[in-house]
Design a protein around this ligand. Structure first.
Ligand code: TXA
Ligand code: MG
Length: 354
């Protein structure tokens, strides 16, 4: 299949392009599009054959449910069988924006879209082009992140092209995304509500609206013996091709430990990489050093993380070490939780404390 790649924001053609994208979706085709979090791979959420095509294009297991994207809040009543008052309060506070809610699904949503579940994940993105496209598509667009299964979610159209060229009808290119990590997922079918995936909308922000929220027990550890409640979180997502280990501890000791490992690996003929904050990056010996940003600037770190993981793949690094960022315990808050959750997954939970 020939994939049409169109750059948005150049000239006044956007309206026309988004209308065309909507038509492709209505006809059962697939379009990758920018959102404020990461690029999505869209198909008509109400068409079972579109959802099947999404799984095929990504190489994704079909028990991993898709998020249904809306362009207006009132459509929540179309896709959810029940809309609790707390869902409306969350929508009021955070939509349009990077928050996904899990609710009981209505009959309108086919099981192919929800991976066989009786619940549905719903989100209203804030990206203007995304919303326009969803409206032109008829209002309900199922979209996972637009990467091949097992690769980091794409934060620029370049990575979407890398993974999806030839597999889908169209790619809308709007440059780099704003946030860089996927939306926060909160399950409203349980009491108290549970965070299944941390993101830009933090636990504190949700608590302010809901009164009480819990973290899914598997977000920061693998030791709970439980399966994650968001089916997609059980897969080793965001996985770089090389082997990644997070090293935690006192700054000087982390640098010394990593450098010793790097020199040993180099002697064995391996290519090494390090992810470090700007204050320590210059102290590392690795073949490829990635400076992720100022360690206090979590928004920059969030935006850079997936790009760095992809760049390591491009540079064929065998062995990688990363400093720890944000908050690994999951007990405090902020965007640090989302960063650490993704980094731990990329590292397959390999952490060394020095
Ligand atoms: O920011 C985002 O959410 C991006 C953009 C494109 O909107 N989308 C995204 O989709 O990250 P995806 O498919 O890569 O991740 C969806 C996650 C998976 O972990 C999936 O298991 C979970 O949401 N999920 C979807 N429906 C669910 C449900 N009914 N119950 C529990 N988890 C669900
Ligand atoms: Mg994904």
């Amino acid at each position: 299949m020939e994939t049409k790649v169109v750059r948005l924001g150049e000239g006044n053609k956007d309206e026309e392009v988004l209308r065309e994208a909507g038509e492709i979706l209505k006809a059962g085709g697939l379009v990758a599009f920018p959102t404020e979090t990461v690029y999505g791979l869209g198909g008509d959420a109400l068409n079972p054959s579109s959802s099947k095509k999404i799984y095929a294009a990504k190489g994704r297991p079909s028990d991993n449910p898709l998020i249904v994207h809306l362009y207006r809040t009132e459509d929540l009543f179309q896709v959810a069988r029940e809309v609790p008052e707390r869902a409306l309060r969350l929508a009021e506070a955070f939509w349009p924006g990077p928050l996904t809610m899990i609710l009981p699904k209505s009959d309108l949503v086919p099981k192919e879209t929800t991976g066989g579940l009786d619940t549905v994940a719903v989100r209203l993105p804030s990206h203007p082009a995304a919303r326009k496209m969803i409206e032109y598509a008829g209002g309900f667009v199922a979209a996972p992140s637009a990467n091949l299964s097992g690769r980091p979610s794409p934060t620029t159209a370049k990575y979407v092209v890398e993974d999806m060229n030839g597999r889908i009808e169209m790619i809308l290119d709007d440059g780099e995304v704003g946030i860089g990590l996927e939306s926060t997922i909160v399950d409203l079918t349980v009491s108290p509500p549970q965070i299944l995936r941390p993101g830009f909308i933090t636990g504190e922000m949700l608590t302010e609206v809901l009164g009480q929220v819990e973290n899914d027990a598997t977000l920061f550890s693998t030791g709970s013996g439980q399966a994650p409640r968001a089916p997609g979180m059980k897969y080793r997502h965001y996985a770089p091709k090389g082997d990644l280990t997070i090293v935690q501890g006192d700054k000087d000791q982390v640098v010394a430990f990593v450098n010793q490992k790097v020199l040993k690996a180099r002697a064995e003929g391996k290519r090494t990489g390090v992810i470090a904050a700007s204050d320590t990056a210059f102290r590392y010996e690795g073949d490829v050093i990635k400076t992720i940003g100022d360690r206090r600037d979590e928004e920059v770190i969030a935006r850079r993380l997936y790009t760095i993981l992809r760049e390591f793949d491009d540079e064929e690094v065998d062995l990688m070490f990363s400093e720890s960022f944000g908050d690994e315990s999951g007990e405090h808050g902020g965007l640090g939780q989302a960063i650490m959750n993704r980094l731990l997954k990329a590292a397959g939970h390999q952490v060394i404390k020095v």
